[in-house]
Ligand binder design. Structure first.
Ligand SMILES: *[C@@H]1O[C@H](CO)[C@@H](O)[C@H](O)[C@H]1NC(C)=O
Ligand SMILES: *[C@@H]1O[C@H](CO)[C@@H](O)[C@H](O)[C@H]1NC(C)=O
Ligand SMILES: *[C@@H]1O[C@H](CO)[C@@H](O)[C@H](O)[C@H]1NC(C)=O
Ligand SMILES: *[C@@H]1O[C@H](CO)[C@@H](O)[C@H](O)[C@H]1NC(C)=O
Ligand SMILES: *[C@@H]1O[C@H](CO)[C@@H](O)[C@H](O)[C@H]1NC(C)=O
Ligand SMILES: *[C@@H]1O[C@H](CO)[C@@H](O)[C@H](O)[C@H]1NC(C)=O
Length: 306
């Protein structure tokens, strides 16, 4: 009996280990001891297109968070690519501040001497050069590129994102992307339409239950619309979440039926309305009541992970 119990738990643990050590899809290289896939691609293109192509592998332009990752990616670059430089996922947001492509602050930097040279306003993309160092470059010159993909996302359907530290509760998130200005992608919806789209995917508009989950969602929703070539770009920054109420605890409901146990709203809104979230440093960040209740926004859905 005792032996059987030990054997059972061994199998359970072994099974967990096996499911966690996944294989990178599309010939990605798994960074040893990390759950991150790297894709170094030798098909030169502009940085905007790099974002789209990385997204096609469910990833983003390479987020390099420590020296080990930099050296792993540099090794791939040296081995596979004959080019003086390649794009990585580091962008300039204003005159002096550089961030990762997802808008989060850099936790690691490996600039070459005199870099980043911020004197050229068009040098807003970082490239890795042949010594593994980074340099400020324009974003238009066609160059090879590196993408990274967080392996945890494979607990979610394609195109959905998982975050172990922020949610620790096993949820996947889907953000409608603005990668292409076309009739399928760059479209805004009202609250009811947005919820019905989430429901078609077996989900609901996202609910938020902790400061960490809030921070994670705002990171996902990060956008840089003030740099988009459209009129009134700030109108494009909002995404519906599943909250209806005044924004104050005890007076609102999440459309997925979970308890209303977290809010970042400190002053109640006068009416019961639907809520959206934004995160654009050039426009507005935070939860926003849809007092023009026909305010149209994109959507962020949430469902349980596998
Ligand atoms: C993304 O993948 C689809 C299907 O494989 C392909 O048709 C499309 O051209 C790809 N887009 C980019 C930007 O690579
Ligand atoms: C650039 O953005 C950062 C972070 O948002 C901010 O702290 C800094 O003051 C900004 N700098 C300029 C010159 O606008
Ligand atoms: C972009 O940068 C590359 C490499 O630094 C350079 O060769 C190219 O002329 C630049 N393009 C523009 C439009 O400045
Ligand atoms: C998860 O979310 C936290 C914020 O709560 C963020 O700091 C972290 O970078 C996220 N991780 C990934 C892999 O997105
Ligand atoms: C912005 O868009 C307009 C209309 O689509 C176009 O004529 C113009 O060249 C664009 N400007 C830039 C800098 O891309
Ligand atoms: C919620 O707020 C609305 C609008 O201010 C108010 O009419 C209603 O009585 C409130 N309900 C509760 C349970 O506080």
């Amino acid at each position: 009996m005792k032996f059987k119990a030990v054997y059972f738990w061994l199998l359970v643990v072994l099974n967990l280990t096996l499911t966690h050590a996944f294989i990178c899809p599309n010939n990605g290289q798994l960074i040893p001891t990390e759950d991150t896939c790297v894709y170094v691609r030798n098909d030169p293109t502009s940085y905007m297109d790099v974002i789209r192509r990385c997204d096609n592998s469910s990833g983003g332009p390479a987020k390099i968070q420590n020296a080990f990752e930099n050296s792993f990616i540099f090794t791939q670059f040296s081995a596979l690519i004959d080019s003086p430089y390649m794009y990585i996922g580091v962008e300039r947001k204003n005159a002096t501040t550089w961030t990762y492509a997802d808008g989060s602050p850099l936790t690691y930097q490996n600039w070459g001497q005199g870099e980043p040279d911020n004197s050229n306003p068009y040098a807003a993309c970082a490239v890795m050069t042949v010594d593994g160092k980074w340099r400020a470059n324009n974003c238009t010159g066609p160059a090879p590129y590196a993408c990274t993909l967080n392996g945890d996302n494979y607990q979610c359907p394609d195109g959905w994102v998982y975050n172990r530290t922020a949610t620790n509760q096993g949820f996947c998130y889907y953000v409608q992307k603005f990668l292409y200005q076309d009739q399928y992608n760059w479209v805004l919806y009202n609250f009811a339409e947005a919820e019905s789209i989430c429901q078609m995917m077996g989900a609901h508009l996202a609910s938020i239950h902790s400061p960490a989950e809030d921070a994670f969602l705002q990171m996902l929703l990060y956008s840089n619309v003030q740099n988009m070539n459209v009129t009134s770009p700030c109108d494009l920054q909002f995404a519906w979440i599943g909250l209806t109420g005044t924004g104050i605890l005890g007076n609102g409901t999440w459309i997925d039926g979970t308890p209303f146990d977290y809010t970042e709203v400190t002053v109640p809104f006068i009416d019961v309305v639907d809520w959206a979230v934004a995160n654009d440093p050039g426009c507005f960040a935070g939860w926003m009541p849809a007092y023009e209740s026909n305010r149209n926004a994109r959507l962020v859905c949430k469902m349980s992970a596998y």
